[in-house]
Design a protein around this ligand. Structure first.
Ligand code: CO
Length: 210
């Protein structure tokens, strides 16, 4: 137990040393502030670390993660991150990145009770219900989960577009929304076709007069 915890502190010392070795000013520059171009909304899964899978550095991506990368319009945490990223940091891109083999997606596909998370997974069950006609044609469980992973990303990007935060930004400047799926078994990201960066792609009831 003790040893496994020490590994993180030792790893940090190594990280700090290596960064300073390649650029003595590395941390000094980072301490001046952040101006990331991207907001990443991803899954909490330990196998999908935003910086590592995109080969980016500290300071490049503002990150929000939760189980199965869900965008819930009553989630104060998500809304606070989104507003800060869009209006203060002025990120140019917001990425929702799901991943194949997602435990949250798989759990939402069965009828077991897992606990508090069942309320969270309800959001994904609602995506399933919306696309049940398509999903019920797929008999293989893994394939069904993979497709639900994609549809979930598509719907979560739509949820972003429905927020006043994104719609207000669209009135002022370009803000690009992206839907990606990361393959844990390939290490590769696939881009999905998601809502474009204009309010006209939203059903009228979701459009605000801004
Ligand atoms: Co996941």
């Amino acid at each position: 137990m003790e040893k496994s915890y020490q590994k993180l502190i030792a790893g940090n010392a190594k990280f700090s040393q290596q960064k300073k070795l390649s650029d003595p000013e590395y941390f000094k520059k980072l301490s001046l502030g952040q101006k990331p171009d991207y907001l990443w909304i991803g899954c909490s899964d330990s196998r999908v670390p935003a910086n590592e899978v995109t080969n980016t550095e500290s300071g490049e991506i503002f990150v929000h993660r939760n189980i199965a990368n869900v965008v819930v319009h009553t989630d104060l945490n998500l809304l606070s991150v989104l507003e800060y990223a869009v209006t203060i940091l002025e990120v140019k891109h917001v990425i929702v990145c799901g991943h194949y083999g997602c435990g949250g997606i798989r759990a939402s596909l069965d009828n077991k009770m897992y606990g508090y998370v069942d309320n969270w997974l309800r959001n994904i069950k609602d995506v399933y219900y919306k696309y049940s006609q398509e999903l019920e044609q797929i008999n293989d469980f893994d394939k069904k989960a993979d497709r639900l992973t994609e549809l979930n990303v598509i719907e979560q990007v739509r949820n972003l577009a429905k927020t006043t935060i994104v719609q207000k930004a669209w009135k002022l400047r370009p803000l690009h929304l992206h839907g990606w799926v990361y393959g844990i078994n390939s290490g590769l990201i696939t881009e999905l076709k998601v809502i474009r960066n204009e309010t006209e792609d939203l059903e009228k009831i979701y459009r605000f007069n801004i």
